[in-house]
Ligand binder design. Sequence first.
Ligand SMILES: [Fe+2]
Ligand SMILES: [Fe+2]
Length: 204
Amino acid sequence: MRWVFISHDDPDHHGNLEAVLDACVNATLVASWFLCERLVAEGFTVPPSRWRWLGDGDTLDAGDRTLALVRPPLYDSPTTRGLFDPITGVYWASDCYATPVERGTGLVSELEPDMWDAGFAAFNLWNSPWVSITDPEAFGAQCHRVEQLRPTAIASAHGPTIPASHVQQAFDMLRRLPMTVPPPQPDQATLDLIVAAMAGIATG
Ligand SMILES: [Fe+2]
Ligand SMILES: [Fe+2]
């Protein structure tokens, strides 16, 4: 293992980072100044000699390929960078283009189209609520940065893979989000139901 790339500093994206780097003694952490600053603030102890600072727009020569760091159009951390592999055509989009699913699902093509559309809008609008205050044209320019890579597949950290057959639809759905009203999030009434159901389970 030569490289460990971290997309951003949310716990679900770096929770086991020190254990991985302890196990992979020849690996270099590909992060950025801001990402490392935040990790160290949380107690990260891997020394700077094992870091490589690369930001949005930079590239990484990984030996047999040059990976491009491209920030996805939507993100929930200022440290976010996605990763594009020009050999496979895969774009690793961190949280962006994600969709919640009811059960383990490999590809978005296995979902009901309406479920994908609704889940895609909910996840991306909830995770990046600021998209509602963006100018659609300015947001579209950010979408174009990823679109012009012509990825053959998009992987998010929270949902099925988007295969080549569905990439264009994902691009179209993302571009609509500045004009899309976010669906309501679960509220206190929902929490009351959860607590009541758990109490019912506990008492048998
Ligand atoms: Fe995140
Ligand atoms: Fe995430």
